[in-house]
Design a protein around this ligand. Structure first.
Ligand SMILES: [Zn+2]
Length: 460
């Protein structure tokens, strides 16, 4: 009898959110990731899973970003009783990310509800609550998984996690089913970044599912971006302004602390006050310090002597009152706060106090999607609405793209060349970018590829 492996993409098809794949083979049902749909895709979270959650035996989690782990509490709420397999940092970071996600959903629900009631509209309730997040942690498997080690799920069905170099603890998955190898890239990292190692080259494989977030472009190198960043910070401080850095709490915030600490140690950072103004980023930084085994060689070497993310000018502001006090500082403050896309969070208060002052600067180190406040500012808006008030954009605005945690076209292509698959499936990317990447790998590697649709069953 010919053994078949059935793979069904259940998210991140021709889009970048909701990552989830169902693998059926040898009588097992295994999920790779169970991410949340975000932004314009948000409504899809309310559609039922295209499988029965109680039938799933294992969930292999590649990393702790919400678009990869965000629906786990919902999966558990709807009957999942299998095992969740991942590295230790992934489990630890997923816990704080999911708790934060539950909190944000409940706050958003309360504020939308008031408006909707007045309009006679219906609002979706939060997907899950804090207790559902805590319940889901009963299913995370101990001991946590290690990179490179082979784990058996059933006779003839094993897998390995390998370092994806994307965020701390991130992995790509190599399944081995009756001698057939299927690889799921998860999200792949940008090379030469601090803290995390470069992605491992994959093994040769018959089938690869690869992310294509930046399949259409190449980033500027991290080294060049770091220089741009240093320049922007120093210029602002010397002309007597404040520096605002909207940042994701995870990885990006730690990258920035790492670079600022380097500037301090190289003695180029003038005396100033640096605020990590985000409880989530503060918690994430603590988890980083608990997992030095996952650092790259340079960060590990620093860690053995001192804290790679701390220096004398840095203050962690957890409480709202402490955060509000930062508003009184007119000069010499570097403020790192969320959200990274200015869609909410403490950064909005700092914008209100600094964006209209020409001596200040706003440094974007992350992608700003269409329709966000961040994008409007980058596109040159003269005035923007912040917390219900019109604010003039007079601060200097910088966009620095080499801090990205994602591999670019060149890196994705190089990674894929090691696997040299017979079948390549493009996932986790916008359709236009997938098309560019498909053409690129056809001409560079001679690989034909295919972008599957949601729910399409693929047999390998
Ligand atoms: Zn990710």
């Amino acid at each position: 009898m010919v053994m078949t492996i059935r793979i069904t993409p259940c998210g991140a098809t021709k889009t970048v959110t909701g990552s989830c794949h169902l693998v059926e083979a040898k009588g097992l049902k295994v999920l790779i990731d169970c991410g949340m749909f975000q932004g314009a895709e948000e409504e899809k979270n309310y559609e039922p899973f295209p499988f029965e959650p109680r039938d799933i035996d294992y969930l292999i989690l590649t990393h702790a970003h919400i678009d990869h782990c965000g629906r786990i509490p919902l999966l558990v709420k709807e009957g999942f009783r299998g095992k969740i397999l991942c590295t230790r940092p992934t489990a630890q970071i997923a816990r704080i990310m999911l708790l934060d996600s539950a909190k944000v959903m409940s706050e958003t629900y309360r504020s939308r509800l008031k408006k909707a009631e007045r309009l006679g509209e219906v609002v979706n309730p939060p997907l899950y609550e804090e207790m559902d997040v805590l319940d889901s942690f009963d299913f995370f498997s101990h001991p946590y998984l290690e990179y490179e080690k082979k784990y058996d799920l059933a006779p003839g069905f094993s897998f390995r996690l390998r370092d994806a170099g994307h965020i701390l603890g991130s992995a790509f998955v190599e399944l081995e089913i009756e001698g057939k190898r299927v690889i799921f890239s998860g999200d792949l990292g940008n090379k030469n970044k601090p803290i995390v190692r470069d992605p491992s080259p994959p093994s040769k494989a018959r089938t690869v599912f690869i992310e294509t977030t930046y399949g259409d472009r190449n980033h500027r190198s991290f080294k060049e971006s770091k220089e741009e960043f240093e320049d922007a910070v120093l210029k602002t401080l010397y002309r007597g302004g404040n520096v605002l850095i909207p940042s994701y709490a995870l990885e990006r915030a730690q990258d920035i602390l790492f670079v600022l600490r380097e500037m301090y140690e190289r003695d180029i950072l003038p005396e100033c006050q640096v605020f990590l103004d985000s409880p989530l980023a503060i918690n994430a930084t603590r988890i980083f310090l608990q997992n030095p085994d996952f650092f790259d060689r340079e960060t590990y070497r620093i860690f053995r002597e001192r804290d790679p993310f701390n220096f004398p000018y840095l203050k962690f502001t957890r409480e709202v009152e402490e955060s509000k006090k930062i508003n009184d500082i007119k000069s010499g403050a570097i403020i790192i706060a969320g959200s990274g896309m200015l869609t909410g969070g403490r950064i909005l208060h700092h914008l209100k106090h600094n964006l209209w002052r020409e001596e200040c600067s706003l440094i974007f180190v992350g992608f700003q999607p269409k329709g966000t406040l961040g994008r409007r500012i980058i596109e040159g808006a003269e005035k923007v609405r912040v917390l219900g008030e019109e604010i003039a954009v007079r601060a200097e605005v910088y966009t620095i793209n080499g801090f990205s945690s994602h591999a670019d076209q060149r890196e994705l292509t190089e990674w894929l060349s090691h696997a040299s698959p017979e079948r390549t499936f493009l996932v986790h990317g916008e359709e236009e970018k997938m098309e560019v990447f498909a053409d690129h790998i056809k001409s560079e590697l001679g690989l034909r590829s295919y972008a599957p649709d949601f729910g399409e069953v693929i047999e390998v």
